[in-house]
Design a protein around this ligand. Structure first.
Ligand SMILES: CC(C)(COP(=O)(O)OP(=O)(O)OC[C@H]1O[C@@H](n2cnc3c(N)ncnc32)[C@H](O)[C@@H]1O)[C@@H](O)C(=O)NCCC(=O)NCCS
Ligand SMILES: Nc1ncnc2c1ncn2[C@@H]1O[C@H](COP(=O)(O)OP(=O)(O)OP(=O)(O)O)[C@@H](O)[C@H]1O
Length: 284
């Protein structure tokens, strides 16, 4: 009988995948979405782009707030780009310009980042809930939430497992970022790194969740090494969360809700303890 081995708090397993900029989340996410894992991915960066497309409420709020600070906030009009945008809803945002307003550790940048997050994040969360519900209804045993700011936006509370992709050397992160985005100067790249919680701290936070609930994938080596480590972790997770369990939960929604609530509460407690530990360490 497999039931006693089953983690009793699991319904459909929500794997919260995070890291910091250019530490390898997308690399892991594409491995998870490909065979043999073939897991559905909910990508916060993709949703964050969709909710600020011309014509959306997010787009209008951004133009209203940031437009007066940056005359070049929208892509320039040209032969290929009509004044009112390709579909008459306005020209798309110039993401590099907006990035320069929000990435950095100066107080003004931090304020701008908070405003942008306040516009984008609620819409992203709504999109995520819809996609996760669709995965649940399809009977998937697990779904991956690929969220760069998983801990910062406290979405980790909704996850059965958090997975952090991290590197030990800040220089590795910076080099990979500049290789991938050659348009960024070293200063731009450093500002982007500084705008996020340190990935080593995210790794500590992840491990704090305890055995089987927090997985850190160190990505200092080759892509093959990363894949091997990921495959091994997935084997363990799948063993603890078999597919039949998801179908059982789908057949009994009240039980699924009760178990999800219990898991949520466990995560809230773990998060509170983590914050208290951090505060004590900061005072010491
Ligand atoms: C500022 C924007 C326009 C820059 O766009 P750009 O195409 O240059 O970068 P992209 O969106 O691909 O983001 C790259 C990485 O930057 C990091 N990042 C993005 N937004 C933030 C933020 N508010 N705080 C810290 N890091 C962030 C993430 O690691 C992300 O993966 C864009 O990042 C944005 O709209 N950010 C706000 C929305 C957000 O918080 N997205 C993160 C997931 S919800
Ligand atoms: N083990 C590795 N060895 C060498 N290069 C790698 C390795 N892992 C990832 N990379 C490269 O580093 C860059 C950043 O990786 P990736 O895009 O997966 O990071 P990310 O965490 O998703 O970044 P972002 O937060 O900006 O979306 C990519 O160009 C990727 O191909």
């Amino acid at each position: 009988m497999v039931l006693p081995l089953q983690d009793p708090s699991s319904t459909m397993l929500i794997i919260g995948l995070t890291g910091s900029i250019a530490t390898g989340k997308s690399t892991v996410s594409s491995l998870l979405s490909s065979p043999p894992h073939s897991l559905p991915i909910v990508d916060a960066d993709v949703l964050a782009r969709e909710v600020v497309e011309p014509g959306t409420r997010g787009y209008r709020a951004i133009v209203r707030h940031f437009g007066p600070m940056a005359p070049d906030l929208l892509l320039p009009a040209s032969d290929a780009m009509p004044e009112n945008g390709p579909d008459g809803k306005g020209r798309p945002l110039n993401r590099a310009v907006l990035g320069r307003l929000v990435f950095g550790d100066e107080p003004q940048m931090q304020r701008n980042r908070a405003v942008l997050s306040g516009i984008v994040h609620p819409a992203v969360r709504l999109g995520m809930v819809k996609m996760v519900a669709a995965c649940y209804l399809k009977g998937h045993w697990a779904v991956v939430l690929d969220v760069p700011l998983l801990f910062e936006s406290r979405l980790d509370k909704f996850c059965g497992v958090t997975m952090v992709v991290a590197v030990t050397e800040p220089e590795t992160q910076l080099r990979r970022l500049m290789d991938r985005n050659p348009d960024l100067s070293r200063e731009d790249a450093e500002n982007r790194v500084k705008s996020q919680m340190d990935v080593r701290l995210k790794a500590q936070r992840c491990l704090y969740s305890g055995e089987g609930k927090g997985v850190v994938l160190w990505n200092d080596g080759s892509r093959d090494e990363l894949k091997e480590r990921l495959d091994e972790e997935l084997r363990k997770l799948k063993g603890a969360n078999p597919e039949w369990w998801s179908w059982l939960m789908l057949g009994c929604p009240p039980l699924a809700v009760a178990l999800a609530t219990w898991r949520f509460w466990q995560n809230v407690r773990a998060e509170r303890q983590w914050r208290e530990t951090q505060e004590k360490e900061a005072k010491a």
